[in-house]
Design a protein around this ligand. Structure first.
Ligand code: AMP
Ligand code: MG
Length: 536
């Protein structure tokens, strides 16, 4: 049934866990509580700029209601859904490898959850809705530039098949927000915006870490129980008010699931060339969802050393190739936080030690799919995949275009023909030559031989490959161009075009040829089009 009016929201997180006794909304340290009730601060003139039509339908929201003024007010926090007691949650985290203490929802205000059409609980959260006790003196706001990037990318990831938080709406606030985008003492006014993020749960590694850090073990135990019970219902945990404790086995199975879903998420990122840019433990979801889209980016040419984050340019901690290791490092930090309750070091270590092999198997499997291999278990296929990764770094090669073009190779015993099909995926105009030519030719011969061992027809292979190698990815420079048009002439059509195309990234969009091209030269070093700062 479609809802014509705002649905009533509740929160199992708030119902199960203790909140902050102090009510005052000022930046401060909060103890022995997992959230603080806090109201969004009204904005001047909320206007809906973008809506996710598929998500609003999944949430059972009526189309006409989503176009109403009331919806724009709800999505900015100027009006509240029935039943809502808005709150900001308390978490900590390791930032760039160092413990940072309390962080928390500094500008995200949770509205609570509703039951979606498929029966799942979905939480709604307004990012940029005003300051909270966790704002650490900052303004609690977000600018259009970063909010549009978050809205578009979380939706893009969803349609690519990557586990992610989603974005229901992007609202312009009508207010200006001051940001020093390049951290060079040049603050500017920018239009403010609010994204409504949606996820089954927003619980992060950092929620557990902060309880453990302060030795709040009863709170930690309760949070673990609430998380398993509500966010992992298939594990069949007893209800909290049953008075029954969780068994150690159940908690270990839960931790193992977190490790595995984290590994799967990273495999998706790696196989699509996504670089998160800020894999701090406060930006890691227990559900293995991609969360907190800040200075993220997509590989244009395949460069394992690339990071999109200017703050990370020196140490490159969060570079593309490092993401699996960082994920494991983050899981170790989560494990340390959980151990006072799990109390079983050998079992926890065993689960963590299984991560690299689990990750590797998942990665080989997905890479094998990208190559269109039906049988992905053998050593020969694995060697092909491994060698391809090396090959892609011999000359600047566009990752997305290359994998998409693989499906179009004739593979008729003429390597020259195959290379001609790949030529447009290489940066620079020179022909393939030297070491690169030698390696690529050898690899193509092996690939052809391997493909011919399989029963599937070329048409079947082509179709399979086009389901895993996207035609479109949300390249940084494309978003930057669309944002430039907004800033220069107030034209939002570029953002809408991206939003339209990203909803079917595996299809060819012949009417948008510019969306399936290598990064142009001008974008190589331009801020926003290649690297981004954390300013948002
Ligand atoms: P992030 O780097 O976006 O993951 O944010 C790290 C921490 O800073 C989180 O606790 C955020 O809530 C907080 N934060 C970032 N920007 C703001 C802002 N403009 N106002 C308040 N808190 C912020
Ligand atoms: Mg964050």
């Amino acid at each position: 049934m479609k809802l014509a009016a705002p649905p009533t929201l509740g929160s199992r997180f708030v119902a199960a866990l203790p909140g902050d006794a102090e009510k005052e909304n000022r930046s401060r340290q909060v103890s022995n509580a997992l959230y603080t009730p806090v109201l969004p601060e009204a904005v001047s003139d909320p206007r809906l700029l973008m809506l996710s039509p598929t998500l609003s339908a999944e949430l059972g929201l009526d189309e006409a209601f989503c176009q109403s003024d009331s919806f724009a007010r709800l999505m900015s926090g100027n009006e509240l859904f029935p039943g809502v007691v808005p709150f900001a949650t308390r978490y900590g985290g390791h930032q760039f490898g160092h413990w940072a203490g309390q962080l928390g929802d500094g500008r995200a205000i949770n509205l609570g959850e509703l039951v979606a059409r498929d029966g799942r609980f979905m939480n709604l959260q307004l990012k940029g809705a005003g300051p909270t006790p966790y704002s650490r003196g900052a303004d609690g706001r977000a600018v259009l530039r970063s909010s549009a990037r978050e809205f578009l990318c979380s939706e893009a990831m969803h349609f690519l098949g990557v586990p992610t938080t989603r974005a229901l709406s992007l609202v312009l606030t009508g207010d200006q927000v001051v940001r020093d985008m390049f951290y060079d003492g040049n603050p500017q006014k920018e239009p403010g915006a609010i994204v409504c993020r949606v996820a089954p749960s927003f619980t992060r590694f950092g929620h557990f870490q902060l309880c453990a850090y302060w030795g709040e073990l009863d709170l930690l135990r309760l949070l673990i129980h609430q998380c398993i019970r509500d966010d992992f219902p298939h594990l069949g945990a007893p209800t909290i008010d049953s008075g029954k404790d969780l068994s150690r086995d159940l908690m270990l199975r839960w931790f193992e699931e977190i490790c595995q879903s984290t590994a799967r998420m990273i495999v998706h990122w790696m196989c699509l060339g996504f670089v998160h840019g800020v894999m701090n433990t406060d930006n890691m979801s227990v559900l293995g969802l991609t969360i907190d889209y800040g200075p993220y980016g997509w590989l244009d040419h395949f460069d394992p050393e690339w990071t999109p984050n200017t703050t990370d340019a020196q140490t490159r901690r969060y570079r593309y190739a490092e993401q699996p290791d960082i994920a494991l490092w983050n899981l170790y930090q989560l494990a340390n936080a959980l151990l006072p309750v799990l109390e079983d070091v050998p079992s926890v270590e065993k689960i963590l030690q299984a991560f690299p092999l689990f990750y590797e198997n998942e990665w080989f499997n997905r890479m094998g799919e990208k190559l269109g291999l039906e049988d992905r278990s053998g050593d020969e296929g694995r060697a092909l995949i491994r060698d391809l990764v090396g090959l892609l770094t011999l000359r600047e090669t566009d990752m997305t275009l290359f994998f998409r073009a693989l499906a179009d190779l004739p593979l008729m015993g003429d390597v020259g023909q195959d290379i001609a099909v790949l030529q447009h995926t290489f940066y620079g105009s020179e022909p393939v030559e030297g070491e690169h030519l030698e390696q690529l030719s050898g690899w193509l011969q092996r690939y052809e031989a391997r493909v011919k061992q399989e029963a599937q027809s070329p048409a079947q292979r082509h179709e399979r490959m086009n389901r895993v190698n996207p035609w479109f990815i949300l390249r940084n420079y494309l978003v930057q161009e669309a944002l430039d048009r907004v800033q220069e002439v107030g034209d939002f059509s570029g953002l809408h075009a991206l939003h339209a195309v990203l909803q079917s990234p595996y299809a060819e969009h012949k009417d948008f040829p510019g969306f399936h091209r290598k990064r142009p030269d001008w974008a190589r070093h331009r801020a926003g089009a290649s690297m981004l700062s954390c300013s948002s």
